[in-house]
Design a protein around this ligand. Structure first.
Ligand code: ADP
Ligand code: F6P
Length: 322
């Protein structure tokens, strides 16, 4: 059944570029002669009936802004059958017959459940973690990595001045993609991620000791939050290598800020593609970017895929940090 009114929501953790995706959804839908409604605070807005009309100008001046104008939330109530039925009833009440869900894996599970109950949804991957299995790219990843790189560059200045080791924890939940890419970009001596087992003595301590012998005076160790323990790692490095060490947890600074070109373009393209599907009444799909091409997959299949870590790139990070 063709869709006449599209709802759009952002759910889970915010990511830079979500606004660009919202803008693309609104502008594409309106250009196609569809109506668009903004659902506030993710699935919570469907349950609480926080639904607003969006017109062409309602998404002006947002393409360059981090965060999400629709707000975002985690909504446990939505996972219950009762919550879901309330959400569907409210969507119908507001004439919404298809939804673009911008978020991560959890949000896609919600989109799948709504689609299965007759409300077609299309997922747009938005998370700084880049941990969504079906797609090589998720909105926000590039901006987060660039922010992390800039922050570590600053830490490097002080590590250089004091001839210290700086140990920095970056985000990524259970995934090490931000750590890996940032680690390479800042020339880290070691990159520790949850996907690759490591031996602190062999992979970090010995490396620092050996590079110190060849004249290296300051050191950077990038640690994914899935590994954590940065204070403990700093203490061990200080004790075993005789190098003053400091730990920093970058935290939510990585989630904010103006999106990079890559995130704005990806978000615009993904938002556009999502509306192209929904306008034909096609739901239960997620937008995916793979091998340089934009495409889409069945949500159920997408959620069952396993993303493989970039082991080859990890080896590069390891081999060139000598
Ligand atoms: P992300 O989308 O970034 O992975 P979450 O995992 O927190 O973030 O999920 C965001 C929201 O999606 C949850 O608060 C909930 O409302 C909904 N959601 C998550 N998992 C499920 C599920 N298994 N079934 C239905 N809805 C879900
Ligand atoms: O999924 C994005 C992310 O920033 C993760 O990297 C991190 O583990 C988590 O969200 C933090 O969640 P919250 O903002 O709820 O503390």
């Amino acid at each position: 059944m063709a869709v006449k009114t599209i709802g759009v929501l952002t759910s889970g953790g915010d990511a830079p570029g979500m606004n660009a995706a919202i803008r693309a959804v609104v502008r594409t839908a309106l250009a196609e002669g569809l109506k668009v409604k903004g659902i506030m605070r993710g699935y919570a807005g469907l349950i609480d009936e926080e639904i607003i009309d969006l017109d062409l100008r309602s998404v002006s001046d947002i393409i360059h802004r981090g965060g999400t104008i629709l707000y975002t939330a985690r909504c446990p109530e939505f996972k219950t059958e009762e919550g879901m039925q309330t959400a569907i009833a409210n969507a119908r009440k507001h004439g919404i017959d298809g939804i673009v869900v911008i978020g991560g894996d959890g949000s896609f599970r919600g989109a799948r459940d709504l689609s299965e109950r007759g409300l077609p949804c299309v997922g747009v991957p938005g998370t700084i973690d880049n941990d969504i299995s079906s797609t090589e790219y998720t909105i926000g990843f590039d901006t987060a990595m660039n922010t992390a790189m800039e922050m570590v560059d600053r830490l490097r200045d002080t590590a250089q001045s004091h001839e210290r080791c700086t140990i920095v924890e970056v985000m990524g939940r259970h995934a090490g993609y931000i750590a890996l890419h940032t680690g390479i970009a800042v020339g880290a001596t070691a990159v520790l991620v949850p996907e690759v087992p490591f031996d602190l003595e062999k992979d970090v301590i010995n490396k620092i000791v050996n590079t110190k012998k060849s004249g290296k005076k300051h050191f950077i160790v990038v640690v994914a939050e899935g590994v954590g323990r940065v204070n403990e790692i700093a203490k061990t490095i200080e004790e075993k290598c005789g190098i003053e060490s400091r730990a920093t947890i970058l935290g939510h600074v990585q989630r904010g800020g103006s999106p990079t070109v890559r995130d704005r373009v990806m978000a615009s393209n993904m938002g556009y593609e999502a509306v192209q599907l929904l306008k034909q009444g096609i739901g239960n799909r997620v937008i995916c970017y793979n091998g340089g091409k934009m495409g889409n997959k069945d949500i159920f299949e997408a959620l069952n895929e396993k993303k493989s870590y970039e082991f080859d790139l990890h080896k590069v990070a390891h081999d060139i940090s000598i």
